[in-house]
Every structure is written in C-alpha cells, then in structure tokens.
Design a protein around this ligand. Structure first.
Ligand SMILES: Nc1nc2c(ncn2[C@@H]2O[C@H](COP(=O)(O)OP(=O)(O)O)[C@@H](O)[C@H]2O)c(=O)[nH]1
Ligand SMILES: [Mg+2]
Length: 79
C-alpha cells in the first residue's frame, strides 16, 4: 500500500494489529504513541492506520481496528 511503499527498501517495517473490546483504549494508545499526547477519542468506525518511526530504519504500522471489525476478526481468528 502507498503508505508503506513510500519508504526506502532498507527500512525495516512491521505491522501491529490492535484488537480489543470497545473503549479498551486502543485509539488512545495509538494517538499517545504517534503524537505523544492524549486526545479525546470517538468510537472508531472501521479502522485507523498510522505509521510510527520507531528508529532511523525501523517503522511500525499500527492497525487500530474499531468495535465491529475487531470482534469479527477475533471470531475469525478462532478458526
Ligand atoms: N482511565 C483511563 N481511561 C482511558 C485509558 N485509555 C483510554 N481511556 C479512555 O477510555 C475511553 C475509550 O478509549 P478509546 O481509545 O476510544 O478506546 P477504543 O475503543 O479501544 O479505541 C476514552 O474516553 C479514553 O479517554 C486509560 O489508560 N485509563
Ligand atoms: Mg478506537
């Protein structure tokens, strides 16, 4: 996807999918890591994707999955 491919090929990348109950604090954690601040969040519809540069050559892509999608993915992962 464009967000990831825009980085040089020597940059190490990893994806982190955050699943959890509604209001568990997933989006708050993502915003805290990304913007170093706490924001007022709204229930996530669908998902948020954000890339965090953890080092000069290392990036983390966070997939913050909202309520309905999160529970659907958790059920699917049980199979
Ligand atoms: N007390 C407390 N509240 C939190 C914490 N993290 C998030 N919240 C609050 O919990 C609510 C839901 O957070 P949110 O990040 O939207 O949850 P999400 O549904 O998992 O994305 C918000 O009102 C946050 O301010 C925490 O560590 N402690
Ligand atoms: Mg959320």
């Amino acid at each position: 996807m464009g967000l990831q491919n825009a980085k040089a090929s020597w940059v190490k990348r990893t994806n982190i999918v955050m699943l959890g109950l509604d209001s568990a604090g997933k989006s708050t954690l993502l915003y805290r890591l990304r913007y170093k601040d706490v924001f007022l969040t709204l229930p996530t519809i669908g998902f948020n994707v954000d890339m965090i540069e953890a080092g000069k050559d290392f990036t983390l892509t966070f997939w913050d999955v909202g309520g309905f999608l999160s529970s659907t993915l958790k059920e699917l992962s049980a199979f």
